[in-house]
Design a protein around this ligand. Structure first.
Ligand code: GLU
Length: 372
């Protein structure tokens, strides 16, 4: 089988086995499987949660003991992560060390990936770590994140990482067998969905919002992660972390868990970055503009019907169809939201007359746009 680059997301519930402690034995089992994969010639990137859990464990506190006051909660979580992250890395170093493998800690925030240069920087670092035969262990830099710059959950972070390293497969290990037709904990008739070729509103509604008090996320964030990764041409598998040999089975293409098929188009690195950026705004366009975009043309102001949100020039924004509200593209805007609002429906000649001839005639140039 061809060599693959596999990103493996291990959630808190997988690493703690649903308890209040990091389960070193579980980590060892998982590491052992990853070693096997590497022996078969695959490359492995780990996205590991568990910093806060390891922090709680070390300090002897339970989730219920967190501060009640909202303003104190974030610094408290940062403190837990700061305490736990090094403990978590120590545990990974120990288990991989048994197999004489070295690990490298990579801590990221959304801000590190939103800026194109920093995105490329992170990419270079991760690829260098892989090239040296070292296992990168990624987590969000929880000790310094604020609401604005955080990804917030490691499902989405793992999709961003898969996107950064141009992975073939993203494996998200969780405490369920995959995505079910309903919540299996509440509905005994729920059945496992083996394969998903298109993520739609129906799937989003059944994923709903679920979470444990140990980790964050739930099915909803897993689906968001699957959507981002599959759009970037990456296959995503959602499977139970406790299943014996789960990692090696997925690498060997066995039919387990829920497999999300990658979209047919294979965007280049810059397009993947555009896809991965959290959009700060949205524009609604008319049918003519939607058609032009589908043909690979730029988005002109004349086709814009509404501007939503606040954004600056250079931000990544979403383009949606006016009638169906479906997102049809994402791209880098040449105008701020205030400018774009002023230019709604204006022809190119009017744009030049209002803003000067230097001002870009299009809102998003075709080269800066990814069709969805
Ligand atoms: N970064 C968090 C931690 O290490 C976990 C976030 C998540 O589980 O999604 O505790």
């Amino acid at each position: 089988m061809a060599q693959q680059r596999i990103v493996i997301k291990l959630g808190t519930s997988t690493l703690t086995d649903g308890t209040q402690r990091i389960n070193r034995r579980r980590m060892l089992e998982l590491a052992q499987q990853m070693v096997k994969l590497r022996e078969q010639g695959h490359e492995v990137v780990v996205v590991s949660s568990g910093a806060m859990a390891a922090g709680r464990e070390h300090l002897g506190v339970t989730p219920a003991q967190r501060p009640k006051k909202t303003s104190l909660l974030m610094p408290y979580k940062q403190m837990l992560a700061a305490v736990g992250q090094s403990r978590l890395m120590m545990a990974w170093e120990q288990v991989f060390g048994i197999f004489e493998l070295k690990v490298a800690q990579v801590l990221l925030t959304r801000a590190d990936l939103s800026d194109r240069n920093r995105y490329l920087n992170a990419r270079e670092a991760l690829l260098a770590i892989l090239a040296h035969g070292i296992v990168p262990i990624v987590n969000e830099n929880d000790a310094v994140v604020t609401e604005e710059i955080r990804v917030g959950d490691n499902d989405n972070l793992s999709a961003l990482v898969a996107n950064v390293v141009d992975a073939n497969v993203l494996l998200i290990l969780t405490d369920q067998d995959g995505l079910f037709t309903a919540d299996p904990r509440k509905d005994p008739t729920a059945t496992l969905i083996h394969e998903v070729s298109q993520i739609d509103d129906h799937l989003r509604s059944i994923a709903g919002v679920s979470s444990t008090n140990l980790g964050v996320g739930g099915m909803a964030t897993k689906l968001q992660a699957a959507e981002l990764a599959t759009r970037s041409g990456i296959a995503v598998v959602l499977a139970h972390g406790k299943r014996p040999d789960v990692i090696t089975s997925v690498a060997n293409q066995e039919r387990i868990g829920t497999r999300f098929l990658p979209q047919a188009s294979t965007p280049d690195s810059r397009q993947r970055w555009i896809l991965s950026d959290k959009t700060s705004g949205m524009v609604y366009v008319d049918d003519g503009a939607a058609q032009a975009i589908a043909q690979g043309k730029s988005l002109l102001h004349v086709g814009v019907r509404a501007v939503v949100g606040k954004f600056e020039r250079g931000a990544v924004i979403s383009v949606c169809k006016q009638n169906s509200q479906a997102e049809i593209a994402k791209g880098i805007t040449c105008a701020s939201s205030a400018e774009a609002t002023r230019l709604i429906g204006k022809k190119s000649s009017e744009v030049s007359a209002l803003m000067g001839t230097e001002f870009a005639k299009w809102l998003i140039h075709a080269d800066d746009m990814v069709r969805i």
